[in-house]
Design a protein around this ligand. Structure first.
Ligand code: NDP
Length: 253
């Protein structure tokens, strides 16, 4: 971990759940963190309870599903910091919908899941790697995926578009890792981190559970458990690329 001290990380979806937990842990470990989200007020509010480490945390409003917003944010990062070393591609959404529903409302929801979970992650990785190259230092891209990016859970209305976006992200992680090698880059590593069920707001926003307190019928872990996975990725020696990591609650199949 020590070797990442004073390096610079960008975290997408840093205003809640897993992203917020990673933001805190990286800042505690001496990393300068730029948190991106549509609602950055939540991060600013959260920062106020963090004492001295709040000075390590910066925020910028960004909608990763919108290429103009994404470009504006990364241009700002380049202007303010010139380079970065870590990207945590974490922003993600799901919706409770049926793909057999042909309504315009569902068309819009499907498009928003794809443009947030997949194309948003692809464009963030492209922008972030360009800024990593500015530093000529070591770099790490962590794509926060899901067990739904490896297995299909049919009959679940949350899974039917969400899962294909996460499968695509699994493929993209490996393509990106190999493409960097093909282009002679031996400094930037790519990891695909796939959590099982984590007790966050995602299922509440997706209208699966009315609140986080009603998650009790499923085995779950917490955002901090996923953040510990990221700390593990940062703790490995420079010559190691952990390309796949799955973190499940004990008891989840
Ligand atoms: P939360 O709903 O708690 O957090 C999601 C974050 O994504 C928020 O900070 C939200 O911020 C941000 N976000 C959503 N849409 C956009 C957008 N268009 N642009 C920028 N930011 C956006 O969910 P989790 O913490 O659970 O989810 C984080 C990641 O973990 C996701 O990729 C999810 O798929 C993955 N995951 C979660 C699991 C779980 O059980 N919780 C299991 C497996 C994977 P804002 O609304 O402010 O923009």
């Amino acid at each position: 971990m020590e070797k990442w001290k004073n390096k610079i990380a960008v975290i997408t979806g840093a205003s809640s759940g897993i992203g917020l937990a990673i933001l805190k842990d990286l800042a505690i470990n001496g990393i300068t963190v730029i948190g991106l989200a549509r609602n950055v007020e939540t991060i600013e509010y959260f920062k106020n309870d963090l004492g001295e480490i709040k000075e390590k945390i910066f925020t910028r409003a960004c909608d990763v599903s919108n290429v103009d917003s994404l470009k504006e944010s990364f241009d700002w990062i380049e202007k303010e910091f010139s380079c970065i070393h870590i990207l945590i591609n974490n922003a993600g959404i799901l919706h409770n919908l049926s793909i057999l529903d042909s309504s315009d409302e569902v068309t819009e929801k499907i498009n928003s899941v794809i443009s947030t979970n997949f194309t948003g992650a692809v464009h963030c990785a492209r922008k972030a790697i360009a800024l990593m190259k500015n530093s000529n230092d070591y770099g790490l891209v962590v794509n926060i995926n899901s067990i739904a990016g490896h297995n299909v859970y049919s009959g679940l209305n949350i899974s039917n578009v969400y899962s294909p976006t996460k499968f695509a992200l699994t493929a993209f992680s490996e393509i990106l890792r190999q493409e960097l090698i093909t282009n002679g880059n031996d400094k930037i590593r790519v990891s695909n981190l796939s959590p099982g069920v984590v007790k966050t707001e995602i299922m509440v926003r997706g209208k699966i559970y009315p609140s986080k307190d009603t998650y009790n019928d499923v085995a779950h872990i917490f955002a901090e458990d996923i953040s510990h996975g990221v700390l593990y990725l940062l703790s490995t020696p420079w010559n190691v690329n952990v390309s796949q990591i799955t973190i499940k609650p004990l008891g989840e199949r």
